[in-house]
Design a protein around this ligand. Structure first.
Ligand code: G3I
Length: 380
Protein backbone atom coordinates (compact mmCIF):
# COMPACT_ATOMS: atom_id res chain seq x y z
CA UNK A 1 0.00 0.00 0.00
CA UNK A 2 1.48 3.38 -0.89
CA UNK A 3 1.04 5.78 1.97
CA UNK A 4 -0.26 9.29 1.50
CA UNK A 5 2.11 11.35 3.62
CA UNK A 6 -0.61 13.19 5.47
CA UNK A 7 -2.03 9.90 6.72
CA UNK A 8 0.63 9.31 9.32
CA UNK A 9 0.57 10.78 12.80
CA UNK A 10 3.67 12.83 13.34
CA UNK A 11 4.73 14.75 16.39
CA UNK A 12 4.45 17.97 14.35
CA UNK A 13 0.83 17.17 13.53
CA UNK A 14 0.05 16.51 17.18
CA UNK A 15 1.51 19.89 18.12
CA UNK A 16 -0.44 21.75 15.44
CA UNK A 17 -3.52 19.63 15.87
CA UNK A 18 -3.44 18.42 12.29
CA UNK A 19 -3.52 14.87 13.54
CA UNK A 20 -6.98 15.46 14.94
CA UNK A 21 -8.43 17.55 12.14
CA UNK A 22 -9.61 15.40 9.29
CA UNK A 23 -6.67 13.01 8.98
CA UNK A 24 -9.08 10.25 9.97
CA UNK A 25 -12.26 12.32 10.17
CA UNK A 26 -11.50 13.06 13.80
CA UNK A 27 -11.91 16.22 15.84
CA UNK A 28 -10.31 17.41 19.04
CA UNK A 29 -12.41 16.77 22.16
CA UNK A 30 -15.20 19.31 22.40
CA UNK A 31 -15.52 20.04 26.11
CA UNK A 32 -12.91 21.91 28.16
CA UNK A 33 -11.72 20.15 31.28
CA UNK A 34 -13.64 22.55 33.55
CA UNK A 35 -16.85 21.97 31.60
CA UNK A 36 -16.33 18.23 31.94
CA UNK A 37 -16.01 18.57 35.71
CA UNK A 38 -19.28 20.52 35.87
CA UNK A 39 -21.00 18.02 33.64
CA UNK A 40 -20.37 14.47 34.83
CA UNK A 41 -20.95 12.04 31.99
CA UNK A 42 -24.42 10.49 31.79
CA UNK A 43 -22.83 7.24 30.61
CA UNK A 44 -19.49 5.65 31.40
CA UNK A 45 -17.08 4.60 28.65
CA UNK A 46 -18.21 0.99 28.96
CA UNK A 47 -21.85 1.93 28.28
CA UNK A 48 -20.91 4.14 25.32
CA UNK A 49 -18.78 1.35 23.83
CA UNK A 50 -21.48 -1.26 24.48
CA UNK A 51 -23.94 0.73 22.31
CA UNK A 52 -21.67 -0.23 19.37
CA UNK A 53 -21.12 -3.82 20.49
CA UNK A 54 -17.63 -3.07 21.83
CA UNK A 55 -16.51 -4.27 25.28
CA UNK A 56 -14.49 -1.56 27.06
CA UNK A 57 -12.48 -1.97 30.24
CA UNK A 58 -9.06 -1.71 31.79
CA UNK A 59 -6.39 -3.49 33.74
CA UNK A 60 -6.78 -3.41 37.51
CA UNK A 61 -4.20 -4.14 40.24
CA UNK A 62 -5.82 -5.19 43.52
CA UNK A 63 -3.08 -3.67 45.68
CA UNK A 64 -4.28 -0.25 44.49
CA UNK A 65 -7.59 -0.86 46.32
CA UNK A 66 -5.70 -0.78 49.64
CA UNK A 67 -3.99 2.55 49.02
CA UNK A 68 -5.41 5.89 50.21
CA UNK A 69 -6.97 6.40 46.78
CA UNK A 70 -8.64 2.97 46.84
CA UNK A 71 -12.22 4.29 46.97
CA UNK A 72 -11.76 6.76 44.08
CA UNK A 73 -9.79 4.10 42.18
CA UNK A 74 -12.56 1.53 42.29
CA UNK A 75 -15.21 4.13 41.43
CA UNK A 76 -13.58 4.63 38.03
CA UNK A 77 -13.91 0.93 37.22
CA UNK A 78 -17.47 0.69 38.47
CA UNK A 79 -18.43 3.68 36.29
CA UNK A 80 -16.38 3.03 33.14
CA UNK A 81 -15.29 -0.60 32.87
CA UNK A 82 -17.29 -3.54 31.53
CA UNK A 83 -14.31 -5.95 31.63
CA UNK A 84 -11.24 -6.20 33.90
CA UNK A 85 -7.76 -7.43 33.08
CA UNK A 86 -5.47 -8.61 35.88
CA UNK A 87 -2.38 -6.42 35.74
CA UNK A 88 -0.31 -8.67 38.04
CA UNK A 89 -2.45 -11.27 39.80
CA UNK A 90 -2.43 -14.00 37.12
CA UNK A 91 1.23 -13.77 36.21
CA UNK A 92 3.55 -16.67 36.96
CA UNK A 93 5.70 -14.38 39.12
CA UNK A 94 2.66 -13.63 41.31
CA UNK A 95 0.95 -17.03 41.33
CA UNK A 96 4.14 -19.08 41.77
CA UNK A 97 6.70 -16.98 43.62
CA UNK A 98 8.31 -20.26 44.73
CA UNK A 99 8.34 -23.60 42.91
CA UNK A 100 6.32 -25.34 45.60
CA UNK A 101 4.06 -22.44 46.57
CA UNK A 102 0.93 -21.11 44.88
CA UNK A 103 -0.36 -17.69 45.91
CA UNK A 104 -3.96 -17.14 44.82
CA UNK A 105 -4.63 -14.19 47.16
CA UNK A 106 -4.48 -11.46 44.52
CA UNK A 107 -6.22 -13.52 41.85
CA UNK A 108 -9.08 -14.48 44.17
CA UNK A 109 -9.50 -10.87 45.22
CA UNK A 110 -9.62 -9.61 41.66
CA UNK A 111 -12.17 -12.28 40.70
CA UNK A 112 -14.23 -11.28 43.75
CA UNK A 113 -14.19 -7.61 42.76
CA UNK A 114 -15.20 -8.44 39.20
CA UNK A 115 -17.99 -10.75 40.35
CA UNK A 116 -19.29 -8.11 42.78
CA UNK A 117 -19.63 -5.71 39.84
CA UNK A 118 -20.74 -8.28 37.23
CA UNK A 119 -17.67 -7.80 35.06
CA UNK A 120 -15.98 -10.51 32.98
CA UNK A 121 -12.26 -11.00 33.57
CA UNK A 122 -9.30 -11.33 31.22
CA UNK A 123 -6.60 -13.32 33.05
CA UNK A 124 -3.23 -11.94 31.98
CA UNK A 125 -1.21 -14.10 31.41
CA UNK A 126 -0.70 -17.87 31.67
CA UNK A 127 2.54 -18.18 29.67
CA UNK A 128 4.99 -15.31 29.16
CA UNK A 129 8.72 -15.62 28.50
CA UNK A 130 9.28 -12.46 30.54
CA UNK A 131 8.73 -11.64 34.21
CA UNK A 132 9.09 -15.29 35.21
CA UNK A 133 10.19 -16.16 38.78
CA UNK A 134 13.87 -17.03 39.18
CA UNK A 135 13.28 -20.68 40.08
CA UNK A 136 11.93 -21.36 36.57
CA UNK A 137 15.32 -20.58 35.05
CA UNK A 138 16.77 -23.48 37.08
CA UNK A 139 14.36 -26.09 35.64
CA UNK A 140 15.52 -28.64 33.06
CA UNK A 141 13.65 -28.58 29.72
CA UNK A 142 11.45 -31.50 30.84
CA UNK A 143 10.53 -29.56 33.93
CA UNK A 144 9.51 -26.56 31.85
CA UNK A 145 7.17 -28.58 29.61
CA UNK A 146 5.62 -30.28 32.66
CA UNK A 147 5.19 -26.87 34.30
CA UNK A 148 3.49 -25.45 31.20
CA UNK A 149 0.87 -28.20 31.08
CA UNK A 150 0.37 -28.36 34.86
CA UNK A 151 0.18 -24.57 35.34
CA UNK A 152 -2.42 -24.06 32.62
CA UNK A 153 -4.54 -26.95 33.90
CA UNK A 154 -4.27 -25.92 37.57
CA UNK A 155 -5.14 -22.26 37.06
CA UNK A 156 -7.89 -22.73 34.48
CA UNK A 157 -9.54 -25.47 36.55
CA UNK A 158 -9.45 -23.38 39.73
CA UNK A 159 -11.20 -20.49 38.02
CA UNK A 160 -13.50 -22.55 35.79
CA UNK A 161 -16.58 -20.52 34.91
CA UNK A 162 -15.22 -17.35 36.56
CA UNK A 163 -12.83 -16.12 33.83
CA UNK A 164 -14.06 -15.42 30.29
CA UNK A 165 -10.85 -14.40 28.54
CA UNK A 166 -7.33 -15.82 28.91
CA UNK A 167 -4.14 -14.26 27.61
CA UNK A 168 -2.75 -17.76 27.10
CA UNK A 169 0.56 -16.61 25.58
CA UNK A 170 1.90 -13.07 25.91
CA UNK A 171 4.52 -11.44 23.65
CA UNK A 172 5.92 -14.44 21.72
CA UNK A 173 7.78 -12.17 19.26
CA UNK A 174 11.26 -10.93 20.18
CA UNK A 175 13.53 -10.08 17.16
CA UNK A 176 16.41 -9.21 19.51
CA UNK A 177 16.94 -12.93 20.25
CA UNK A 178 17.69 -13.73 16.59
CA UNK A 179 15.62 -16.92 16.57
CA UNK A 180 13.67 -18.36 13.60
CA UNK A 181 10.47 -16.41 13.04
CA UNK A 182 11.85 -13.66 15.32
CA UNK A 183 10.46 -15.52 18.34
CA UNK A 184 11.47 -14.44 21.86
CA UNK A 185 13.86 -16.98 23.39
CA UNK A 186 12.69 -17.32 27.02
CA UNK A 187 12.51 -20.45 29.21
CA UNK A 188 9.47 -21.90 27.39
CA UNK A 189 10.93 -21.32 23.94
CA UNK A 190 14.32 -22.69 24.98
CA UNK A 191 12.68 -25.87 26.30
CA UNK A 192 10.14 -26.49 23.54
CA UNK A 193 10.94 -24.17 20.62
CA UNK A 194 7.99 -22.51 18.88
CA UNK A 195 5.81 -25.47 19.85
CA UNK A 196 5.36 -24.08 23.37
CA UNK A 197 2.75 -21.76 21.88
CA UNK A 198 0.63 -24.46 20.26
CA UNK A 199 1.05 -26.68 23.33
CA UNK A 200 -0.21 -23.90 25.61
CA UNK A 201 -3.31 -23.18 23.54
CA UNK A 202 -4.15 -26.88 23.12
CA UNK A 203 -3.85 -27.40 26.89
CA UNK A 204 -6.02 -24.33 27.51
CA UNK A 205 -8.72 -25.46 25.07
CA UNK A 206 -8.75 -28.95 26.56
CA UNK A 207 -9.12 -27.51 30.09
CA UNK A 208 -11.69 -24.78 29.37
CA UNK A 209 -13.38 -25.48 26.01
CA UNK A 210 -15.77 -22.54 26.13
CA UNK A 211 -13.40 -19.83 27.34
CA UNK A 212 -11.95 -17.26 24.91
CA UNK A 213 -8.26 -17.88 24.27
CA UNK A 214 -6.09 -14.90 23.29
CA UNK A 215 -2.56 -14.52 21.95
CA UNK A 216 -1.40 -11.07 23.10
CA UNK A 217 1.41 -9.08 21.44
CA UNK A 218 3.17 -5.72 21.78
CA UNK A 219 5.04 -3.37 19.45
CA UNK A 220 2.97 -4.01 16.30
CA UNK A 221 1.61 -0.47 15.95
CA UNK A 222 4.44 1.83 14.86
CA UNK A 223 5.35 2.87 11.31
CA UNK A 224 9.02 2.02 11.70
CA UNK A 225 11.28 -0.99 11.10
CA UNK A 226 10.50 -2.45 14.53
CA UNK A 227 6.75 -2.25 14.00
CA UNK A 228 7.06 -3.75 10.54
CA UNK A 229 9.20 -6.62 11.89
CA UNK A 230 6.66 -7.35 14.61
CA UNK A 231 3.71 -7.23 12.20
CA UNK A 232 5.27 -9.51 9.60
CA UNK A 233 6.65 -11.93 12.22
CA UNK A 234 3.35 -12.13 14.08
CA UNK A 235 1.29 -12.59 10.91
CA UNK A 236 3.59 -15.41 9.78
CA UNK A 237 3.32 -17.05 13.22
CA UNK A 238 -0.47 -16.78 13.19
CA UNK A 239 -0.61 -18.38 9.75
CA UNK A 240 1.56 -21.30 10.97
CA UNK A 241 -0.57 -21.76 14.09
CA UNK A 242 -3.77 -21.64 12.05
CA UNK A 243 -2.39 -24.20 9.58
CA UNK A 244 -1.65 -26.48 12.58
CA UNK A 245 -5.25 -26.06 13.81
CA UNK A 246 -4.12 -24.40 17.06
CA UNK A 247 -7.24 -23.20 18.98
CA UNK A 248 -6.84 -19.41 19.24
CA UNK A 249 -9.95 -17.20 19.36
CA UNK A 250 -8.53 -13.67 19.39
CA UNK A 251 -5.32 -11.70 18.94
CA UNK A 252 -4.56 -8.95 21.44
CA UNK A 253 -2.67 -5.85 20.38
CA UNK A 254 -1.33 -4.11 23.46
CA UNK A 255 -1.25 -0.63 21.86
CA UNK A 256 1.16 1.13 24.21
CA UNK A 257 1.29 4.24 22.02
CA UNK A 258 3.88 7.02 22.17
CA UNK A 259 3.56 10.67 21.16
CA UNK A 260 7.22 10.45 20.13
CA UNK A 261 6.57 7.63 17.65
CA UNK A 262 5.18 7.73 14.12
CA UNK A 263 2.13 5.76 13.06
CA UNK A 264 0.69 4.92 9.68
CA UNK A 265 -2.84 3.94 10.60
CA UNK A 266 -3.94 2.82 7.13
CA UNK A 267 -1.00 0.37 7.12
CA UNK A 268 -1.81 -0.82 10.64
CA UNK A 269 -5.53 -1.25 9.95
CA UNK A 270 -4.72 -3.14 6.74
CA UNK A 271 -2.63 -5.45 8.93
CA UNK A 272 -5.54 -5.84 11.35
CA UNK A 273 -7.74 -6.83 8.41
CA UNK A 274 -5.19 -9.50 7.47
CA UNK A 275 -5.34 -10.86 11.03
CA UNK A 276 -9.15 -10.77 11.00
CA UNK A 277 -9.20 -12.52 7.60
CA UNK A 278 -7.49 -15.49 9.31
CA UNK A 279 -10.64 -15.82 11.42
CA UNK A 280 -9.43 -14.16 14.65
CA UNK A 281 -11.25 -11.54 16.68
CA UNK A 282 -9.08 -8.59 17.65
CA UNK A 283 -8.69 -7.08 21.13
CA UNK A 284 -6.96 -3.79 21.93
CA UNK A 285 -5.62 -4.92 25.27
CA UNK A 286 -3.28 -2.40 26.98
CA UNK A 287 -3.99 1.00 25.41
CA UNK A 288 -2.23 4.05 26.80
CA UNK A 289 -0.32 7.03 25.33
CA UNK A 290 3.20 7.78 26.55
CA UNK A 291 3.48 11.58 26.59
CA UNK A 292 7.22 11.69 27.30
CA UNK A 293 9.39 13.97 25.11
CA UNK A 294 6.45 16.36 24.86
CA UNK A 295 6.27 20.00 26.09
CA UNK A 296 5.87 20.44 29.83
CA UNK A 297 2.56 22.31 29.49
CA UNK A 298 -0.05 19.91 30.85
CA UNK A 299 -2.93 21.25 28.73
CA UNK A 300 -0.87 20.83 25.55
CA UNK A 301 0.20 17.30 26.53
CA UNK A 302 -3.35 16.30 27.46
CA UNK A 303 -4.73 17.56 24.15
CA UNK A 304 -2.03 15.72 22.19
CA UNK A 305 -2.70 12.51 24.14
CA UNK A 306 -6.44 12.91 23.49
CA UNK A 307 -5.85 13.43 19.76
CA UNK A 308 -3.78 10.25 19.57
CA UNK A 309 -6.45 8.22 21.40
CA UNK A 310 -9.07 9.59 18.99
CA UNK A 311 -7.06 9.05 15.81
CA UNK A 312 -5.96 5.54 16.82
CA UNK A 313 -9.40 4.37 17.94
CA UNK A 314 -11.13 5.97 14.92
CA UNK A 315 -8.84 3.91 12.70
CA UNK A 316 -8.87 0.55 14.50
CA UNK A 317 -12.59 0.60 15.32
CA UNK A 318 -13.35 0.75 11.60
CA UNK A 319 -12.18 -2.88 11.69
CA UNK A 320 -15.33 -4.55 13.01
CA UNK A 321 -13.33 -7.60 14.14
CA UNK A 322 -12.15 -5.35 17.00
CA UNK A 323 -14.48 -6.46 19.78
CA UNK A 324 -12.66 -5.43 22.97
CA UNK A 325 -10.80 -2.23 23.91
CA UNK A 326 -8.97 -1.98 27.22
CA UNK A 327 -6.65 0.66 28.61
CA UNK A 328 -3.75 -0.26 30.86
CA UNK A 329 -5.23 1.17 34.06
CA UNK A 330 -7.61 4.17 33.97
CA UNK A 331 -5.80 6.81 36.04
CA UNK A 332 -2.36 8.38 35.62
CA UNK A 333 -1.92 7.72 39.35
CA UNK A 334 -1.67 3.96 38.81
CA UNK A 335 0.01 3.69 35.42
CA UNK A 336 2.97 1.34 35.00
CA UNK A 337 4.80 4.37 33.64
CA UNK A 338 5.12 5.75 37.19
CA UNK A 339 7.61 3.03 38.16
CA UNK A 340 11.05 4.72 38.56
CA UNK A 341 12.90 1.69 37.15
CA UNK A 342 10.62 1.69 34.11
CA UNK A 343 11.11 5.45 33.66
CA UNK A 344 14.88 5.02 33.71
CA UNK A 345 14.80 2.03 31.34
CA UNK A 346 12.41 3.62 28.84
CA UNK A 347 13.23 7.32 29.19
CA UNK A 348 9.71 8.01 30.46
CA UNK A 349 9.12 11.45 32.01
CA UNK A 350 8.20 11.84 35.65
CA UNK A 351 4.48 12.36 36.28
CA UNK A 352 3.38 10.87 32.94
CA UNK A 353 -0.20 11.53 31.79
CA UNK A 354 -1.04 8.50 29.57
CA UNK A 355 -4.62 7.70 30.62
CA UNK A 356 -8.23 9.01 30.58
CA UNK A 357 -8.10 10.16 34.23
CA UNK A 358 -5.39 12.25 35.88
CA UNK A 359 -3.59 11.41 39.12
CA UNK A 360 -6.44 13.03 41.09
CA UNK A 361 -8.92 10.73 39.34
CA UNK A 362 -10.41 13.62 37.35
CA UNK A 363 -11.43 13.09 33.72
CA UNK A 364 -9.09 14.43 31.06
CA UNK A 365 -9.64 15.32 27.39
CA UNK A 366 -8.55 11.73 26.63
CA UNK A 367 -11.74 10.50 28.29
CA UNK A 368 -13.87 12.51 25.85
CA UNK A 369 -11.70 11.48 22.92
CA UNK A 370 -12.29 7.80 23.75
CA UNK A 371 -16.02 8.40 24.24
CA UNK A 372 -16.26 10.26 20.92
CA UNK A 373 -14.37 7.48 19.12
CA UNK A 374 -16.84 4.90 20.44
CA UNK A 375 -19.75 7.16 19.42
CA UNK A 376 -18.28 7.48 15.91
CA UNK A 377 -17.46 3.78 15.53
CA UNK A 378 -19.49 1.47 13.30
CA UNK A 379 -21.60 -1.05 15.24
CA UNK A 380 -20.48 -4.72 15.30
O1 G3I B 1 4.51 -4.73 44.57
C1 G3I B 1 5.94 -4.81 44.59
C2 G3I B 1 6.50 -3.94 45.71
O2 G3I B 1 6.09 -4.49 46.96
C3 G3I B 1 8.04 -3.91 45.63
O3 G3I B 1 8.55 -3.05 46.63
C4 G3I B 1 8.44 -3.42 44.24
C5 G3I B 1 9.94 -3.35 44.04
O4 G3I B 1 10.42 -4.66 43.89
O5 G3I B 1 7.91 -4.32 43.23
C6 G3I B 1 6.47 -4.29 43.26
O6 G3I B 1 5.98 -5.17 42.27
C7 G3I B 1 6.13 -4.65 40.94
C8 G3I B 1 4.74 -4.62 40.29
O7 G3I B 1 4.85 -4.21 38.92
C9 G3I B 1 3.79 -3.66 41.01
O8 G3I B 1 4.30 -2.36 40.88
C10 G3I B 1 7.04 -5.60 40.18
O9 G3I B 1 8.35 -5.52 40.72
C11 G3I B 1 7.08 -5.18 38.72
O10 G3I B 1 7.81 -6.14 37.96
C12 G3I B 1 5.64 -5.13 38.17
O11 G3I B 1 5.74 -4.62 36.84
C13 G3I B 1 4.60 -4.94 36.01
C14 G3I B 1 5.19 -5.53 34.71
O12 G3I B 1 4.14 -5.75 33.74
C15 G3I B 1 5.87 -6.86 34.95
O13 G3I B 1 4.91 -7.79 35.39
C16 G3I B 1 3.82 -3.67 35.72
O14 G3I B 1 3.18 -3.22 36.90
C17 G3I B 1 2.78 -3.95 34.64
O15 G3I B 1 2.09 -2.76 34.27
C18 G3I B 1 3.47 -4.52 33.40
O16 G3I B 1 2.49 -4.80 32.44
C19 G3I B 1 3.02 -5.24 31.18
C20 G3I B 1 2.10 -6.36 30.68
O17 G3I B 1 2.07 -7.41 31.62
C21 G3I B 1 2.59 -6.85 29.30
N1 G3I B 1 2.64 -5.71 28.35
C22 G3I B 1 3.49 -4.61 28.81
C23 G3I B 1 2.98 -4.09 30.16
C24 G3I B 1 3.77 -2.88 30.62
O18 G3I B 1 5.11 -3.25 30.85
Amino acid sequence: MTRNDNQSIRRRDLLTGAAALGVFGTSAPSLTFAAQAANPPARGLGAIAASKGILFGASLAVHELDRDHGERYQELYIRDARILTSELEFKLSTLRPKQDALDFHGADRLIGFAAAHSMPVRAHTLIWDDDVPDWIHRLAPGGISDLLDMHIETIMRRYAGRIRYWDVVNEPIGPWDGKPGNLRAGPFYRALGEDYIARAFKAARATAPSDILVLNEAQCETADENGETFRTSLLALLRRLKDQGVPIDAIGFQSHLKLAATYDLPVFTAFLHEVADLGFDIHITELDVNDSTFPGDIAVRDRAVARMYRAYLDAVLKVTAVKVVETWQLSDATSWMNDPATQARMAIRSNPRPLPYDASFQRKPAWDAIAEAFDAAPAR
